[in-house]
Design a protein around this ligand. Structure first.
Ligand code: SF4
Length: 221
């Protein structure tokens, strides 16, 4: 079976998954993109299920502005060229406090099998965890953002060795990327992504691209 067909078969399994009784459906995932870049978000919010795309609401607007500035590619092109996964593929629902509920370890564990299978199929060269929960899952441990943003490291994720460049969550509710050292470290991560051979190949960038014209890391939707 081709890679695309394998990914489509996996997506059919994802779409049919009802393993977590507390989450709010439907399952959200991007298209079966054959890509050297694997982006890992946290979990869909309350709007993504209706729209049917990850990062389809306000945090996504900020995230795609970052990539537009760093890579010179618009949202549609990014979605066509990068495989977009997430720690959880279903909206966890609201917490009693009013915010989105933090996924439970058993839910993360159940959804992890889909990430493992995607990584085994895609064998990505570059992994982009977005937000503390995704970073913790990819690195296998909790690390303060100030130590991990702006850094490129090589590690094995689900048995596949890849470069990992972490990004903060672009949510407007999080002030980290709008203040120092977050602003500067975010720019470093974006420059590392733009200079990475996987991004240069995926987006047909000139080698060694490091300039970030017009980047506004403080922008939030
Ligand atoms: S969160 Fe993942 S494992 Fe749980 S029901 Fe949704 S797709 Fe299935």
């Amino acid at each position: 079976m081709t890679l695309k067909r394998n990914l489509e078969a996996l997506h059919r399994e994802l779409d049919a998954c009802r393993a977590c009784p507390r989450v709010v459906g439907p399952v959200v995932h991007g298209p079966p993109v054959r890509s050297p870049i694997y982006l890992v978000g946290q979990a869909p919010g309350p709007h993504e299920g209706d729209i049917g795309r990850p990062f389809a609401w306000t945090a996504g607007k900020t995230l795609f502005k970052w990539f537009q500035s760093a890579l010179g590619v618009d949202e549609a092109t990014f979605r066509k060229k990068v495989y977009m996964a997430a720690v959880l593929r279903c909206f966890p629902g609201k917490a009693k406090s009013g915010g989105d509920r933090r996924p439970a370890p058993d839910e993360i564990g159940r959804c992890r099998s889909f990430l493992a299978r995607e990584v085994a199929l895609l064998k990505p060269q570059l992994i982009l965890p977005v937000g503390t929960m995704a970073i913790e899952q990819v690195l296998g441990r909790a690390v303060p953002l100030a130590e991990i943003i702006g850094v490129q490291q090589r590690l094995a994720y689900h048995g596949v060795e890849a470069d990992v460049i972490c990004l903060p969550h672009p949510s407007g509710a999080s002030p980290w990327h709008k203040m120092e050292p977050g602003k500067t470290l975010l720019l470093k991560s974006l420059a590392l992504i733009a200079a990475h051979p996987a991004a240069q190949r995926a987006f047909d960038l000139p080698p060694g691209r490091r300039r970030l014209p017009g980047l506004s890391p403080t922008t939030s939707a």
